[in-house]
Design a protein around this ligand. Structure first.
Ligand code: SAH
Ligand code: SF4
Ligand code: F3S
Length: 468
């Protein structure tokens, strides 16, 4: 047996013992927890594991943060805004803690992997009790135990991961859909991006661990899974028995009862012909690919270290469109990267127009200290970047609306997620394309995949009626 596996199994048993011990102290007291997620899907999935651990040791969910006895902020540092939000909320939490001095506050996630942040928390936010990072969230119970035993601020940040700990408890947001990590970390070092510094190097989970997790999820009612990784296309390369992402999907597809597979994120430079073939043939892969292009200018892409050109990206899109009819494409775009000229920006607009994305996440470039782009010459003035950003949104709006309108008059399978919060006669669900649709129905439909006629587009969502 692989030595790492031994350690990981041992570590997970140790944590289970600590959870049991803590639950003797905590269970039955009605102590409440509140977890806030500030980052991406990976971050949100980590939060589900944190909730799993907290419920295992006996905390129950609080409806509001101010009423909680245990508050965790799972932080993000991909852009400055994300960090500012955390500091703002943390300041306000000081008052809640004054009202409830027994409140414990923990911070974890990507922001914590930066020394400057830890120094700042230690200096100005002494009301925080526990700090940990992205590599050791499985130790939450142990850290709580240490805090309770010592009464002091507990700080446990690892620069690197040591092992992947399997079998953590988890509380899913939805009964019928779930994310599944296939890999952690990133080796790409795009020059604007902090993620490789805070999430460490790429490492893949073993296919059998992934398969077992998905089988258990399906037995528990899950119909749709999203395979998560910063760059899923390089999945499996570093395993003792290498396997490609395309092969993994084909294995997963065989699981009976699983109906929909999604994945994110794909890096264009690594999206192989093998995967395109699987995208073309798969019965379970959703008709939607998220493929960030960041910038349409080959010059900017080079400075971003993305390792593809504008033409290569467009070719890739053509290949995907050729194997999958009406595939929905979504993307991430950065505006105002250092050195971006009006001409470069027009290349970005050109890609948006040529591809006709179904949706896009657009970001103003945000300087991340420690990344190569932070010290590049010709930083774009904020007013110029904002003006371009608004122009981009105008172009995108039109295309996104047009794509949504194209759905009107056809019938699509919809996974029903919830009763509509504004109007209880409606339910809301998602097409394979990830478009949101509202239609008449009741809670019995939740978790089911049903055919829906699309009757109207409201731009960013659709209205429909149950077919049959
Ligand atoms: N691994 C994924 C993305 C992770 S971060 C990928 O490569 O596609 C999510 C998005 O945040 C990125 O796609 C990028 O568009 C954006 N982003 C990352 N760093 C940024 C920065 N410094 N400023 C603005 N946007 C950034
Ligand atoms: Fe960041 Fe690039 Fe890695 Fe994505 S691929 S996480 S953008 S470094
Ligand atoms: Fe995700 Fe933000 Fe970390 S985008 S990986 S939570 S820096």
């Amino acid at each position: 047996m692989n030595k790492n596996l031994d350690i990981s199994h041992e570590e997970s048993l140790k944590q289970k013992r600590i959870m049991d011990k803590l639950s003797e102290q905590i269970k039955g007291k009605g102590l409440k927890y509140f977890v806030s997620t500030f980052g991406c899907q990976m971050n949100a999935h980590d939060s589900e594991k944190l909730k799993g651990i907290l419920e295992q040791i006996g905390y129950v969910p609080a409806t509001e943060e101010k009423d909680a006895d245990f508050v965790i902020y799972n932080t993000c540092c991909v852009r400055e805004n994300a960090e500012l939000k955390v500091y703002g909320r943390l300041g306000a939490l000081k008052n809640s803690k004054k009202r409830n001095p027994n409140m414990l506050i923990a911070l974890c996630g990507c922001m914590m992997q930066q020394d400057t942040v830890i120094k700042e928390i230690k200096r100005a936010y002494r009301h925080v009790d526990i700090l940990f990072g992205t590599h050791n969230l499985y130790k939450l119970a142990e850290l709580i135990q240490t805090r309770l035993d010592t009464g002091k601020m507990v700080i446990d940040i690892w620069e690197n991961y040591k092992e992947i700990v399997e079998d953590l408890p988890s509380i899913r947001k939805y009964k019928f859909k779930s994310s599944v990590n296939v890999m952690f970390g990133c080796n790409n070092f795009c020059t604007y991006c902090i993620v490789p510094y805070v999430r460490g190097r790429e490492r893949s989970r073993k296919p059998e661990d992934i398969m077992n997790e998905i089988k258990e999820l399906v037995e528990d009612g899950v119909k749709e899974i999203t395979l998560l990784g910063q760059n899923v296309n390089s999945y499996g390369k570093s395993l003792d028995n290498p396997i490609t992402f395309a092969e993994l999907i084909q294995e997963i597809e065989k699981i009976d009862g699983l109906e929909r597979i999604r994945f994110m994120t794909s890096h264009p430079k690594d999206l192989s012909d093998e995967l395109i073939e699987v995208i073309g043939n798969s019965k379970k892969l959703c008709n939607h690919i998220h493929l960030p292009f960041q910038s349409g200018s080959t010059k900017v892409l080079k400075k971003m270290n993305r390792r593809y050109t504008k033409e290569q990206y467009l070719e890739l899109v053509d290949k995907i469109k050729a194997v999958r009819k009406n595939v929905a494409l979504t993307t991430d775009i950065i505006v105002g990267f250092p050195g971006e000229t009006e001409e470069d920006f027009m290349d970005t607009i050109d890609v948006v127009k040529k591809v006709e994305f179904d949706n896009a996440f657009t970001f103003l470039y945000s300087v991340r200290t420690g990344t190569p782009a932070a010290t590049m010459e010709n930083q774009v003035p904020e007013n110029v970047a904002k003006e371009r950003f608004n122009r981009l949104l105008e172009v995108l709006d039109e295309i996104v609306h047009k794509k949504a309108c194209d759905k009107v008059g056809s019938t699509y399978d919809v996974l029903v997620e919830q009763v509509n919060k504004q109007n209880n006669d409606l339910v809301s669900g998602r097409l394979e394309s990830n478009h949101l649709v509202h239609f008449k129905g009741n809670e019995d439909l939740i978790g089911k995949i049903v055919p829906v006629n699309i009757i109207e587009s409201k731009g960013y969502y659709l209205l429909g009626e149950l077919a049959e």
